[in-house]
Write a protein that binds this ligand. Structure first.
Ligand code: SF4
Length: 278
């Protein structure tokens, strides 16, 4: 039996009221800084990235300097963000590609962006929406979880959830909604202990109302982050179901047991902001 989806206008009104401050959490001053910060946010919190980037951008303020960076020095500057060997290689590759193909500037279209080292669809959409104001709705781990719990999508890949959300909501609201859903996932709709009792969306949410099982219980989402792969190597995304023995209790009431270890990847679908535990 398919349940009616929450009306977009109702959801958006609640989210606007709850998160008037929703915005990109990665500190950046221009498109170059944003794409670099987004790549660094793979498997890393935005807060940690924001502690790292001031020194990084002081030393490597543009594509030209990054293209000529020493791998060892760059690794030292970004080490605290984790996976720094691959990230450093990707960043140098990014700088070199921007210099070779785009005059040192970050391009503003999806196809060109995703051809850059370390940049997949999610990272590209983060850059397009936040740096260029292009409507996009990149799906990170929080949006993936919240959208499925709200019954907005049953898809099992970030790209398909993104497509469902884009069909469901007006294009002019995509950027705002992206930030609001991330805030909601971080602050209320936690992966393990969603605060349904305190959730402004409870009466709109089939999972919170106990009408359906939590789609995240017992689901293991494995996504190889794009920003962590070596430059120029494309990778497949895949999802896996966890052991069937994993329980999937509904979230129904105010008090509910923690979900049985929903093990989502916590960084961008492409290794950038999308799937970081921001
Ligand atoms: S009611 Fe619960 S499951 Fe639904 S969006 Fe709110 S916190 Fe998440």
């Amino acid at each position: 039996m398919s349940l009616p989806k929450p009306k977009p206008g109702d959801l958006q009104a609640r989210l606007r009221e709850a998160y008037p401050d929703a915005r990109c959490a990665l500190d950046h001053g221009d498109p170059f800084q944003l794409v670099v910060a987004t790549i660094l946010s793979a498997q890393c919190t935005d807060a940690r990235v924001n502690l790292t980037t001031p020194a990084l951008f002081a030393r490597f303020p543009d594509a030209a300097s990054l293209a000529a960076a020493s791998l060892e020095e760059l690794e030292g500057l970004i080490k605290s963000t984790g996976f720094y060997h691959n990230k450093a290689r990707n960043l140098i590759g990014l700088g070199q590609a921007l210099m070779a193909r785009h005059g040192g500037q970050v391009p503003a279209d999806l196809a060109t962006l995703t051809a850059l080292p370390g940049v997949g669809q999610k990272t590209a959409n983060v850059v397009l929406s936040n740096a260029f104001g292009v409507p996009a709705l990149p799906v990170d781990t929080h949006i993936f979880r919240v959208a499925r719990r709200l019954g907005l999508s049953k898809a099992t890949t970030p790209e398909k959830v993104e497509a469902d959300l884009c069909r469901h909501f007006p294009r002019e609201d995509w950027i705002e909604l992206h930030h609001q859903l991330i805030f909601h996932g971080r602050r209320v709709c936690d992966a393990r202990r969603p605060d349904c009792g305190g959730c402004t969306l409870l009466d709109l949410c089939p999972t919170g109302l106990g009408k359906v099982k939590d789609p995240h219980s017992g689901v293991k989402l494995v996504i190889a982050p794009e920003g962590l792969r070596p430059s120029g190597v494309r990778e497949k995304q895949r999802t896996q179901r966890a052991s069937p023995s994993a329980s999937s209790s509904s979230l129904g009431g105010r008090e509910r047991p923690p979900s049985p270890a929903p093990t989502e990847s916590t960084t961008h679908p492409d290794a950038s902001s999308a799937w970081s535990p921001r």
